[in-house]
Design a binder for this molecule. Sequence first.
Ligand SMILES: Cc1cc2nc3c(=O)[nH]c(=O)nc-3n(C[C@H](O)[C@H](O)[C@H](O)COP(=O)(O)OP(=O)(O)OC[C@H]3O[C@@H](n4cnc5c(N)ncnc54)[C@H](O)[C@@H]3O)c2cc1C
Length: 503
Amino acid sequence: MGSLTRSPLDLLVIGGGIVGSGIVRDAAMRGLKVGLVEQHDFAFGTSSRSSRLLHGGLRYLAQGRVGLVRQASVEKTILHRIAPHLAEPLPFVFPTYSCDPDWALWQLKIGVKIYDLLCNGRNLGTSTWLSPEEVRERVPNLDLAGLNGAVRYYDGFTNDARLTIDTLRSAERSGAGLLNYCRYEGATRSNLWECAVRDRVCDRDLNLRARTVVNATGAWADGLPHSAVKLRLTKGIHLVIDGSRIPVRETVVMTERKRILFAIPWGERTILGTTDTDYSGDPDTVTADASDVKYVLRITNRFFPHARLCSQDVISAWAGLRPLVANPNGQPSDISRAHEIRNPEPGWWDVTGGKLTTYRLIAEQAVDRVVRWLRKSNAIPKGILSCRTAEESLLPADPEEYSGVLPPAFHRRAVQHYCANEWALHLEDVMLRRSSWHYYHPDAARKAVQVTDWMGELLGWSQARRAAELESYHGVKDGHAAREPLPFAVSHPRNDQPVASVV
Ligand SMILES: Cc1cc2nc3c(=O)[nH]c(=O)nc-3n(C[C@H](O)[C@H](O)[C@H](O)COP(=O)(O)OP(=O)(O)OC[C@H]3O[C@@H](n4cnc5c(N)ncnc54)[C@H](O)[C@@H]3O)c2cc1C
């Protein structure tokens, strides 16, 4: 905390999603004095509600967006290199049917070969195609009526919130100052940007001074003081069901006209999604409506008719918002996923749009601009390095046990680790974003009681605090708890206070 307030920062990043995390890591690794503030928990926003794919986007190729697909395809392979624990090769089976004029097998066969080439020929696996018989063997319960065959291609499977947290941990190792539950409220500019920040943990105001500011607040970006962003928000939901209901070993692509949905294997579960509908509500409280759930189940039941899925099969759900650069026209699915970096005021940048997959590249481009501006203003610190994020590993010291695409074993040691090393301050920080236990386990509510006890012992929570944490957790809907400050003052370990050790 002191390192953020003592002397002016070279850069303050607002927003602790994947984009802000990528920027703060890149800037810290180049040698800038950098800090980041996040209003809720790190990865609270879209960066814990995606489809968890590292992908070039075969769909975007069909739309002719070759540049975007190439960019994301190369980034996918870079992430596989620097963070193999969070970028597992994942095969996709894309079946085609004689009754579906939108997706012809011959076009997809050409498409997947181009797809491999766009990764500089180094895709995470080689694309092939399958006869109807081979599809049947690989995807036993798939609807076979009118099946022409399928293409099989590779993308990466990640864990979005873990990717964000591990990126932040890497940033911290390079000297960045990071604060969750601290909201940027406004700024004035003289020589420096004077930023008013509300510390919601300690219930106090902070004044952070910085030469430059990057607004990386995703779906919140156009409500922020000084932001010049115009967004069009679209909502996407995911459902988690038991793997035995739709037993896929490889991701199955399901189509509805030009749209595509996925059935993604996730350990003993299957993830189904997503939707793409315009959204105009509060980004803090987006949820999956009954109609969203019905839509995803309807499409899945069309492809897996024997499953007869209904809402009782849903173990958990999450809903997220795509912060798309505004385009009032066209279908949501047709709006470009490209990112934009704008500089509406001296020393202020708005970074919007983009994808999880391209976050490292977005960060590199944003920090390049910040460094150029600091240089022009004669404010560049000595010894600034060039970007190293594509070469330096993201691996934390303990990657396999506590960070991966699957949730870790349910154990007190994991909770201790998240509290001591990963800024977990509330029950939901552990249950939703550090471990994914909330989404994965049908008995998550029971596990939450146990985690409350462990966190209570580790962080010195009173009985009243434990009850408040559980109540707030039970208010979580589809991943969003519009968390209000707890009704009493709390002292939290803010990096400098030790967490009680595990006995
Ligand atoms: C349904 C869905 C599926 C997707 N699937 C994929 C996929 O499979 N692969 C892929 O590559 N991409 C995917 N994406 C896109 C990707 O998830 C997003 O592009 C990415 O997560 C956006 O990250 P972000 O950091 O810009 O925003 P966010 O993660 O939303 O982060 C912004 C943060 O800013 C914080 N904030 C807001 N206001 C303030 C303030 N005043 N002070 C401090 N902090 C503030 C918020 O709390 C939030 O945590 C998907 C998106 C959706 C919606």
